[in-house]
Write a protein that binds this ligand. Structure first.
Ligand code: ADP
Ligand code: MG
Length: 593
């Protein structure tokens, strides 16, 4: 990119999001790194001393600047990256404000050395708290090196607001990781307080960098995202089910390569995980969204931290779909619970007696067998396995509807009328029957509304319910959301509502408890605005309770239905529905290895 810096006319500079660019050492580093990347650098060297307060230096082998430009670049609104107001709508460089270098140079002791390929000599400029002290020719390599010393030396108030060196250093390291991951084709070398922290060569993919910075097990907790829709490319990595964090800090999002906070992306991630992680937890992601720059407004935040999509709903929807698809795929590949014997065949052929009578239970206890736990004799298991292997025309179809990703289970029994015990090719499987039922109901409630199936079930006899004023308000405020799922209410005046319909999957004889149950669960959270997903999450709680004694066909049915869920492995509130204790874990626990 040939550098030709101009000073933006007021008509353009007035349209640029104004405000503080340099809050802390990491913001200086961000601007310098972005400039090096915009200059097409292949190698970037970073030096930091005392968390960047003493020194931040970035040296690159990019296009460099002419002597004229080296003087211009520290003027306000001086940039080579745009010239007209229209250009602001179509920005494909990191920089565009022409504000970073003058801002940095005004609060530090600043030295610039630069040479472009046309020039035989480079230029060196010293600026001290905004004043040019010296400008002279210098012999230097092609590229640019900027050193920023004693940040905020002339604005003690700002310096006072900095956090501990440790915190500032953390921000710096996080920033370098983020930028280096996104720009994996550029080699980075980073020294901090004289120590080499890393030297990371250019790579063809970002995976090696993620592993280098965050470790192999971090990488293993992520699954790949690759999706394209309406000119929106979404790729990167997203947390596998069960991997969450207490904050959003590890949601690294890049829009056209720019690290950016975007409420739309955060919302899409939240929606995609809505039914599989508990409230207040955040899945780590490294997500890249690539699209025509014209569809993104980057001129929103002075430090360019935020971006705005011009079609937010379209982007949100595509990102949510991308993540959901990745999660679905990851379930099929990561669940290593497969089996030789199809679930249905075993269920139908099962000889297990789940209704052991009291006497039988007592005998089990006396024989030191866990109460309620019946064991399929090994001989029978062997017989079934042989039958399956040798049979030409199996009596029971092996074309079970369960998807491949779900383990084929052999039911062993149940524990405390709460957990279903089963075995699969990789050891013992324990299913929480309540959590499983919640997941099934949740998906049924939601899918009915999404598919616009007949979701309503008109009540033969409408039911009236007394609620508090706040509860009535809540129902009224969210009537559209309730209606999407099949709940129809009518105000009867005072504190009474009439329930006209409920979702088709609930029985009509329990309507009062169902509605009270849902509203109570919302009440404890303050009766805020609800989404259909929120409502479905509450409604599905009206599931079989732990300690419900399920009969064999009910267990079979439960497992069948769970297996065809989109996200079978956790309840909508994020608890697991299934846990697996592998053969190797059993061996280890029994000291067999
Ligand atoms: P912006 O990046 O918004 O244009 P800056 O103040 O960051 O504004 O930089 C001003 C100009 O200085 C840039 O437009 C670019 O032309 C030049 N510049 C800054 N850093 C470099 C660099 N590392 N290599 C080449 N040119 C640079
Ligand atoms: Mg810049």
């Amino acid at each position: 990119m040939p550098n030709k810096i101009i000073i933006l006319p007021d008509s353009v500079s007035n349209k640029i999001a104004a405000g503080e660019v340099i809050e802390r050492p990491a913001s200086v580093l961000k601007e310098l790194l972005e400039n090096s990347l915009d200059a097409g650098a292949s190698n970037i060297n970073i030096l930091i001393e005392s968390a960047g307060i003493k020194l931040i230096s970035v040296a690159d082998d990019g296009c460099g600047m002419s002597p004229d430009d080296s003087l211009l670049c520290i003027e306000p609104h001086a940039t080579s990256k745009l010239s007209t107001a229209e250009d602001l709508n179509n920005i494909s460089t990191f920089g565009f404000r022409g504000e970073a270098l003058p801002s940095i140079a005004s609060v530090s002791k600043f030295r610039l050395r630069t040479r472009n390929s046309d020039a035989e000599e480079g230029s060196e400029i010293y600026v001290d708290g905004g004043k040019i002290i010296e400008a002279k020719p210098v012999g230097c390599a092609k590229g640019t090196e900027i050193s920023v010393r004693e940040l905020f030396f002339n604005v003690p108030a700002r310096r006072k607001f900095l956090h501990s060196l440790q915190t500032e250093e953390k921000h710096i390291i996080e920033l370098i990781y983020t930028i280096a991951i996104a720009n994996f084709a550029v080699s980075f070398n980073f020294h901090c307080d004289g120590k080499n922290i890393f030297r990371s060569p250019a790579s063809e993919t970002m995976k090696p960098r993620i592993i280098e910075f965050f470790g192999k097990s971090y990488m293993n907790g992520l699954t790949e995202v690759e999706y394209e829709e309406s000119g929106i490319e979404i790729y990167g990595f997203t947390a596998k089910h069960g991997i969450t964090r207490a904050s959003r800090r590890e949601q690294r999002i890049f829009v056209n390569g720019r690290p950016a906070e975007s409420p739309v992306v955060f919302a899409a991630i939240k929606d995609a995980y809505a039914s599989i992680i508990p409230a207040g937890r955040y899945p780590p992601v490294i997500l890249f969204i690539k699209t025509n720059p014209i569809r993104v407004d980057v001129n929103v935040h002075p430090a360019k931290k935020e971006v705005r999509f011009r079609e937010p709903a379209l982007f949100r929807n595509a990102i949510e779909k991308a993540i959901r698809e990745a999660l679905r795929n990851s379930q099929s590949s990561s669940v290593n619970l497969s089996s030789q014997i199809p679930l249905k065949q075993l269920l139908n052929a099962s000889l297990v007696n789940y209704d052991a009578d009291e006497k039988e239970k007592k005998r089990n206890i006396e024989n030191n067998i866990l109460p309620g736990l019946e064991i399929l004799p090994q001989q029978k298991i062997n017989e079934l396995a042989t039958e399956e292997k040798t049979s030409q025309t199996p009596k029971i179809s092996t074309q079970i509807s369960t998807e491949e990703r779900f383990p084929h289970l052999r039911i062993i029994g149940n524990l405390d009328s709460t957990y279903i015990l089963a075995s699969c090719s990789d050891g013992l499987v324990i299913i929480d029957q309540h959590a499983a039922h919640e997941r099934i109901l949740f998906e049924k409630i939601l899918s009915a509304s999404q598919k616009k199936d007949e979701v309503f079930q008109k009540l033969l006899i409408p039911v009236t319910i007394e609620l508090s004023g706040a509860e009535i308000q809540f129902i009224t405020k969210n009537s559209d959301e309730f209606k999407k799922l099949g709940f129809e209410f009518e105000n009867f005046g005072g504190n009474t509502v009439i329930v006209r319909s409920i979702p088709i999957i609930f029985q009509q004889d329990n309507v009062v408890s169902l509605i009270h149950d849902i509203i109570d669960r919302f009440s404890s959270e303050g009766l805020a605005k609800a989404t259909p997903v929120d409502i479905a999450k509450k409604a599905c709680k009206f599931a079989v309770k732990a300690h419900d004694d399920l009969k064999t066909p009910e267990i079979e049915n439960l497992i069948q239905q769970l297996s065809s869920c989109e996200m079978p492995f956790c309840c909508p509130h994020g608890r697991p529905t299934i846990i697996n204790i592998s053969h190797s874990e059993l061996k280890r626990r029994f000291g067999r290895t």
